[in-house]
Design a protein around this ligand. Sequence first.
Ligand SMILES: [Zn+2]
Length: 408
Amino acid sequence: MILAGQLVSSKEVRAAQVRVDGPTIVEVGERLGTPDVTFGDECLIFAGMGDIHIHARDDVSEKETHKEDFRTAAAAAIHGGVVHVADMPNNPAAPIDDASYAAKQRHLERRNVPICITLYAGIGPGTRPLSRPVPYKAYMGPSVGDLYFSTLAQLDETLSHYRGCDVSFHCEDPELLEAHKGEPTHERRRPPQCEVSATRFALAMIEKYDLTGKLCHYSVKEGLPLIRAARERGLRVTCEVTPHHLYFDESRIDETNRGLMQMNPPLRQPADRAAMLEALRDGTLDYLATDHAPHTLAEKAKGVSGQPHLDTYGPFVTWLILREKFTAERMAAVCCENPGEFVNRYTSPRRFGRIEPGYAASLTVLNLARPTSVRREDLRTKCGWSPFEGVTFPGSVEAVYIDGQRVS
Ligand SMILES: [Zn+2]
């Protein structure tokens, strides 16, 4: 099969063709033959987009599958133009050692989902590395689930066993969270200094134990210079940012939406939001990763933190391009190439992130001329709502290919 149109990489946008054989891209060039499918100039063809921070809420316990499972998460991902995801480990049956990780992996295989799902393993008090290479997630402070440390000294001791590993950090200092727990609002109970302090600590751990580090859902302006300085010192550290920290800030919270706008870390000030957009543009932030956290509306009304974002991933990218003036090339870096590099160590021999021979024939085609109005009835996430309901994004997902098959 030959597809033709505007191909996007982090270096350029060019009119070209892609030849696909089975699940793999075999050739890219200007005149490969008569195309089977041609996308017009209003469309951009990206390598399949990847969301490396989601919570599918599915594990062997099936205690949380009323809100999402691997199948509904995969359907929401495809709806949003996402072809691979990485799933966080804060499950009731948390994957923290070889046996529990293998059990979650087998459970995922039984679900038989059309997208590629990479599983993180959790780092909690007293855990040790698995015998196979996996990405790890360390929760510093209390969030959703039981995988957290109450002191940073306890986390330091545990991390000393993970030398050289690939560790993602949820940056909120548990001691400072405890100190602010009497404040009147969610935002003030988890203030910016919790994240800044935790950033200093995470960077120190990355340096001390020679980790390949990733900071999750970055949200505070004051932390960005610390990250830049750490990279200048040679630390291997990358950073995610979510759609909610790029689109909303504290000024958008009112008495009608307070519960829906609650997540960890919380929404910040308008200056922080502007700084996240700038940092995503200048390369300080590396991934558009949603922290897709499906909770039902009934749970949200009781103060559970998190927002679902898989359904709207691609339309949100068109907002970044058309409204916030990001280049298509930068979007290819943060939605395709960098997420691909993150998971390719674990998905081998399948490789994601580039439209090049040998990579998966998984593609995300965005249409910049056809807007998307986000409506509850169109969502595929089982939790059944989106913080973007009523929003019209300027573009849409035109087509999604997975392993050479058109799935949307
Ligand atoms: Zn998360």
